[in-house]
Ligand binder design. Structure first.
Ligand SMILES: NC(=O)C1=CN([C@@H]2O[C@H](COP(=O)(O)OP(=O)(O)OC[C@H]3O[C@@H](n4cnc5c(N)ncnc54)[C@H](OP(=O)(O)O)[C@@H]3O)[C@@H](O)[C@H]2O)[C@@H](O)CC1
Ligand SMILES: Nc1ncnc2c1ncn2[C@@H]1O[C@H](COP(=O)(O)OP(=O)(O)O)[C@@H](O)[C@H]1O
Ligand SMILES: [K+]
Length: 488
């Protein structure tokens, strides 16, 4: 799994890689520029537009000079805008790339930029070298870039954004950020999304083993990490092997939640799915999902199931039932929605939750559980502390959902789309996670597979339906994610 390092560690990572690969730092910069160009080509921007490259005096600017040269070679009209005084001392690699800018690329001072011209703007002013809020002298440069209404692409980081701590000052408002080697932490924070735009991860050839010596609790979960987390079932598997799960969900007027999570559990592969629903409401779920069985007796033996998912739309009058379940269960379970709100207002229940269980709050539920956070970094630290203290796994839901594990690791999920922001998407996830637990996955693997496949199913649904995507569409696409990832 790719480690997310701090901005401060980038120089050391470069040093290790340069030594291992036997290349120069300038060659690494060239790789970064080439990786950017391959993304650029995939975007098919209109070729009649000129490209304006704003370059600083550090290595971020060096990337910009190299990109300007390569784009010019590809036939683009390119203009460079210097974000430093003429005669300033540049970093060695930036100077070399400035010297290599071909004659056909005109170099101007940033003050000469006419923001009303049509074109594409590349922000190569400041990257991970920025360690403190930007100096006053740099503010007008950021404002100048932001006054440009066309597409803006930031290199490595939107200039002005700090790599891994909250930023308050001005920063470039990019449509895309093409970041090198690993995602900078700040690009994954919801409060920065209107500055970073869509994040694109550009590979520059540093292998994961070269990250080994860096301590970090942050990781980026990608498709290649998923297959090995799956269990393999053989030809002679029977439905018992795929687990017997129960979902405690739904209430009068909100039976959809029970339907969504039980159907998702079936689609994820559970052999037997039982829904605990109010008896009066059973007709709704049994006609909607005939494969699901229903039970109504709250005094049942909860341990007869391989896994339990509790909470979607059960109502806030179910504290006693929740307490009974928590007391009775000996295996990790999934807790979502109303179950989390109930736990938040009855904090004595926390110690009853079986160790290694999975909690899946959205931001509102999370705030009820652990209190307000000043920003995402603060939220990450509070959640980490909560997970380690209570030995629980917790998912912070949203774009780049964070899988916070019992040992303090926090994994940012890379799958998903804004089209999943629709009622019931979380219920589908609860069904999926419960299903993986019931199939005998360790909680960490159930969480990783569940969250990744859920996001991937959401992407497929979103490609077909865009903003008309509904939660059932996510469920209907779970099967395709198995094909896509080659899960047998
Ligand atoms: N492995 C990778 O990821 C690779 C990374 N690479 C690239 O290197 C980049 C990092 O380059 P870097 O370290 O040279 O820093 P960078 O972002 O250019 O900033 C330095 C400039 O900022 C200025 N400056 C500083 N503070 C300031 C302030 N408060 N307010 C205003 N200005 C301030 C500082 O000015 P000075 O203080 O020196 O006057 C100097 O001019 C990285 O983001 C990526 O793009 C690739 O090339 C290769 C592989
Ligand atoms: N912008 C987004 N990008 C990626 N995933 C998203 C986004 N918005 C929501 N999601 C995902 O959709 C699900 C929504 O869950 P939740 O808020 O509990 O919905 P509900 O309560 O309606 O079921 C979560 O898994 C979340 O990660
Ligand atoms: K930048």
């Amino acid at each position: 799994m790719l480690k997310i390092l701090s901005g401060d560690q980038v120089k050391e990572l470069d040093r290790i890689h340069i030594q291992n690969a036997g290349i120069s730092s300038h060659e690494l910069m060239e790789r970064a520029a080439l990786s950017f160009i391959s993304w650029w080509k995939s975007m098919e921007f209109p070729k009649n537009l000129p490209v304006f490259v704003f370059c600083g005096a550090g290595n971020n600017g060096g990337d910009g000079f190299a990109i300007a040269r390569l784009l010019f070679k590809e036939g683009w009209e390119v203009q460079v805008f210097r974000c430093f005084e003429e005669g300033s001392v540049l970093s060695a690699d930036a100077q070399k790339n400035l010297d290599w800018v071909p004659e056909g690329v005109l170099i101007y001072d940033w003050k000469e930029f006419n923001s009303s011209r049509e074109g594409l703007l590349i922000d190569s002013f400041l990257g991970v070298g920025l360690k403190s809020p930007i100096r006053n002298s740099a503010v007008p440069i950021i404002e100048c870039m932001n006054s440009f209404p066309g597409t803006k692409i930031s290199i490595d980081l939107p200039s002005g954004l700090l790599a891994d701590s909250p930023t308050f000052g001005p920063r470039v408002k990019a449509d895309f950020t093409v970041t090198f080697a690993f995602p900078k932490l700040a690009l994954l924070f919801p409060e920065n999304s209107s500055f970073s735009g869509k994040m694109v991860l550009a590979d520059i050839g540093i292998s994961e083993s070269e990250y080994a010596s860096f301590p970090t609790s942050y990781f980026f979960l990608q498709e290649k990490d998923i297959l090995s987390r799956h269990r393999v079932f053989g030809q002679f598997a029977h439905k018992g092997d795929f687990g017997k799960v129960a979902l405690v969900a739904g209430s009068k007027g909100k039976m959809g939640a029970a339907i969504l999570c039980s159907k998702a559990a079936l689609r994820t592969g559970s052999g037997l799915v039982t829904a605990f629903v109010p008896e009066d409401e059973r007709g709704i779920i049994q006609s909607a999902v005939p494969e699901v069985m229903c039970e109504f007796d709250e005094n049942t033996d909860w341990n007869k199931f391989d896994a339990l998912g509790v909470g979607p739309a059960i109502g806030l009058d179910k504290k006693d039932l929740l307490q009974d379940i928590l007391k009775a269960c000996s295996k990790p379970i999934v807790l979502d929605a109303d179950a989390i709100t109930l736990i938040a207002s009855n904090q004595d229940l926390i110690s009853l939750i079986p160790k290694n269980s999975i909690l899946t709050p959205h931001l509102g539920e999370l705030e009820r559980l652990i209190g307000k956070s000043t920003d995402h970094l603060d939220r990450l630290m509070k959640v980490k502390e909560f997970c380690m203290k209570w030995q629980l796994n917790l998912l912070i839901k949203g774009a780049y959902s964070v899988l916070s594990l019992v040992d303090g690791r926090q994994l940012f999920n890379s799958s998903g789309t804004q089209y999943m922001a629709t009622a019931g998407a979380g219920d589908v996830l609860t069904g999926m996670l419960t299903s993986f637990l019931g199939q005998g996955y360790a909680p960490e693997n159930a969480l990783i597979c569940g969250v990744y496949h859920h996001g991937k199913a959401g992407e497929l649904a979103g490609q077909q339906n865009r903003r008309s995507t509904i939660a059932s569409d996510i469920s209907e696409n779970i099967g395709k994610t198995y094909t896509l990832l080659n899960v047998l």
